[in-house]
Design a protein around this ligand. Structure first.
Ligand SMILES: NC(=O)c1ccc[n+]([C@@H]2O[C@H](COP(=O)([O-])OP(=O)(O)OC[C@H]3O[C@@H](n4cnc5c(N)ncnc54)[C@H](OP(=O)(O)O)[C@@H]3O)[C@@H](O)[C@H]2O)c1
Length: 245
């Protein structure tokens, strides 16, 4: 069902994006991999091509509007269309508000929210003119529930969840652009490496009993959403580790 599809994955250099590329790779699938770490994407592209897919590796900082516009132009110039956008790039330098880590607040808003919007702008005109497509936004359980220390990350992910529902209403019935929001619980990836607040890190180190998901668990949820019949729009998928409250 994915044969001949052009699929863009942002945040493809690690974690959920990388696992999704590997799961979707098969003969006939064309995968555009986007992130900043080009070396990591080149290694992934070799594995994906060995599974039969064509790839395009595009180094881009999705917080920079012109870079994002250029990146999507490259995909449309190369393959003429984008069938699926997996809007996955993000970061999570969570901190308590009174630490005033304002640069980190800015970065989360710039990447998780504004960058995700720039990618939507990158595909929307093309999907409209080709008669349809599918946009999968990766939000989080943090787009449904709040915790102390997660305020700004929560704000970005609540934003992504709300945006996704409005997108579905605007784009799906009339333009045939499906919209899915995927909301993972804790997943074992590099996401926590940007945390600089020692109190948050100490709290994390004391957590016991919770076994996180693997990136592949979320990749399978994404694949499920994008391989449904034409008349089905999977709107929202919340995937939690069995042991997470
Ligand atoms: N892990 C979890 O527990 C969890 C739970 C819920 C939701 N999520 C969401 O899942 C998504 C993927 O995260 P992950 O867990 O797979 O973490 P990850 O391994 O850290 O992956 C994050 C990806 O985003 C990319 N990225 C970050 N900033 C970027 C920028 N400015 N421009 C382009 N790419 C950028 C990174 O690539 P470069 O550094 O190479 O640019 C990397 O490929 C995120 O949106 C995250 O919020 C994760």
């Amino acid at each position: 069902m994915l044969k001949e599809k052009v699929i863009v994955i942002t945040g493809a250099s690690s974690g959920i994006g990388e696992a999704t590329a590997l799961l979707l790779a098969e003969k006939g699938v064309r995968l555009a991999l986007m992130a900043r770490r080009e070396d990591r994407m080149q290694l992934l592209a070799e594995k994906v091509e060995a599974l039969g897919s064509e790839t395009l590796v595009i180094k881009v900082d999705i917080a920079v509007r012109d870079q994002v516009a250029d990146a999507f132009k490259k995909v449309f110039d190369h393959w003429g269309r984008v069938d699926v956008l997996i809007n996955n790039a993000g970061l999570m330098p969570v901190s308590y508000l009174d630490k005033l880590k304002i640069d980190e607040w800015d970065r989360m808003i710039d990447v998780n929210l504004k960058g995700l919007l720039y990618c939507i702008a990158g595909v929307l005109p093309g999907m409209k003119s080709q008669g349809g497509g599918h946009i999968v936004n990766i939000s989080s359980v943090a787009g449904r529930r709040v915790w102390p220390g997660f305020a700004v990350y929560n704000a970005t992910k609540f934003g992504v969840t709300a945006l996704s529902e409005a997108m579905r209403m605007e784009l799906t019935p009339t333009m045939n652009i499906k919209v899915t929001v995927v909301e993972p619980g804790a997943v074992a990836t590099e996401l926590t490496t940007t945390i600089t607040d020692q109190d948050i890190l100490e709290g994390f180190s004391k957590r016991t009993g919770m076994v996180p998901l693997q990136a592949d668990d979320i990749a399978r949820a994404i694949k499920y959403a994008i391989t449904q019949p034409e008349n089905v729009n999977v709107s929202e998928v919340l995937v939690m580790p069995r042991t997470q409250m």
